[in-house]
Write a protein that binds this ligand. Structure first.
Ligand SMILES: Cc1cc2nc3c(=O)[nH]c(=O)nc-3n(C[C@H](O)[C@H](O)[C@H](O)COP(=O)(O)O)c2cc1C
Length: 173
C-alpha cells in the first residue's frame, strides 16, 4: 500500500468541494501527506481503496440527506484496518442552535448505520448558492427547513478537523 490519502466526497452545490480542498491543503502543507481528492458522482467509477491506507469521506446535506452515492460508498465498503474520517457540509451545522441536531441526525446516525469505526468526524456549516435561495425560501414557507444563514461555513472548524485527522493519520499505531 502507498502512503496516499483519499478524500472522497459527494456534493450538489459545490460547498463540500471547497471544504475538501481546504482539508487537502492542510494535510499536504502541514503534514506532508500525499492527498488525492475524488468527487463521488452517479455513474462515475468509485475509487479503488487498494492504494489508500487512510480515507476521508464527506457529503453535503440536502433535505436531511447525504448525496446518495457518497452514503453508499461509506456504507458498502469494507475498509478493513484503514483509518477513516467523516465530515458533512450542512446548513444546520453552521448554526449554534442547530449544530447538535445536525450532528446527531446527519452525521452520527449515518456513521452508526454504516458500522464503520471512524477516527474523527465533524459537521461543518454550508453554503447555499444564489440560484437555490428561492427554493430555500419556498421550503421555509412549507416549514420544511428552519432558519439558517445562507453561507455559514466555519473555516476554523474545517481546519481544526483537518489538523486532528492529519495527526491521527501520521501517528504510529
Ligand atoms: C434545497 C436545499 C435543501 C437543504 N436542506 C438542508 C437540510 O435539510 N439540512 C441542512 O443542514 N442543510 C440543508 N441545506 C444546506 C446545505 O447543507 C448546504 O448548502 C451545503 O453546503 C450543501 O453542500 P454542497 O454544496 O456540497 O452540496 C439545504 C440546501 C438546499 C439548497
Amino acid at each position: 500500500m502507498s502512503d496516499k490519502i483519499l478524500i472522497a466526497y459527494g456534493t450538489r452545490y459545490g460547498a463540500t468541494t471547497e471544504a475538501a480542498a481546504t482539508i487537502q491543503q492542510i494535510l499536504e502543507k502541514e503534514f506532508k501527506l500525499n492527498v488525492e481528492v475524488y468527487t463521488i458522482k452517479k455513474g462515475k467509477k468509485l475509487p479503488e481503496l487498494e492504494d489508500f491506507p487512510h480515507i476521508i469521506i464527506g457529503s453535503g446535506i440536502k433535505e436531511g440527506k447525504w448525496v446518495k452515492e457518497a452514503e453508499e460508498f461509506l456504507k458498502n465498503n469494507d475498509f478493513g484496518n484503514r483509518k477513516v474520517a467523516v465530515f458533512i457540509s450542512s446548513g444546520f451545522a453552521g448554526e449554534e442552535d442547530l449544530y447538535d441536531y445536525a450532528r446527531e441526525h446527519f452525521l452520527d446516525k449515518v456513521i452508526e448505520e454504516s458500522g464503520v469505526e471512524v477516527i474523527e468526524k465533524e459537521a461543518f456549516g454550508g453554503r447555499v448558492p444564489m440560484l437555490y435561495i428561492p427554493q430555500i425560501h419556498f421550503y421555509r414557507i412549507l416549514r420544511r427547513l428552519p432558519r439558517f444563514q445562507l453561507d455559514n461555513r466555519n473555516w476554523e472548524r474545517i481546519e481544526q478537523f483537518a489538523r486532528k485527522v492529519g495527526k491521527k493519520f501520521t501517528e504510529e499505531d
